[in-house]
Design a protein around this ligand. Sequence first.
Ligand code: NI
Ligand code: MN
Length: 229
Amino acid sequence: MKVTYHGHSVVTILTDDGTNLLFDPFINGHEACDLVVDTVEADYILLTHAHSDHFGDTIEIAKRTGATVVTTVEIAEYLSSKDVEAHGMQPGGSFNFEFGRVKLTPAIHGSSLQLNPDDEMPTTLGLASGILVSINNKTIYHVGDTALYSDMKLIGEMNDINLAFVPIGDNFTMGPKDAAVATKWLKAKQAVPIHYNTFPMIEQDPNDYIDLLDDGVGKVLTIGDFIEL
Ligand code: NI
Ligand code: MN
């Protein structure tokens, strides 16, 4: 399978049987992203939480492609109200889809979205999550937005993680140092930093993260770069 980074937390997986998975499709308003809302392919959209830099263009893409959105129950209920096909889960739960198994993990982070342009405040939509995906005995972990938390050790012990996408931007998520501890606890064989340099507040040198990892584990992907698993 081909796993491609598209900037911020946007990741795609093209499986060997041709299924397109799209994670956290923040495209409009994300200038560096190499995807286009009107053409991006998706059979499933996997959404870690409701913040606009993750929820992004979910509704538009799902409506055009007919993709099923896999996310937390509260976001799934909101999407269903917008006539989008959605599969609700909660952290700790897993489910076998046609392409493979998805498990949501905890994330210490918020999850809210401005539902209507006139709303004065965003609406909270349940918990944030990370997303573990196992396809043909390969496990990819999209950590989502989160603080460092010690149950990451358990996630590392219970799963054989081939590739992890780990936020390093700081301020809203782990910074480079915490992200490096997380990556070690997760025992990820390969790890790619995400959620940095999109906005001034999350500017980071990704090598500050890579240099803290064991040799060969960390890999900076430029936008459009991919890893074959
Ligand atoms: Ni967030
Ligand atoms: Mn975010």
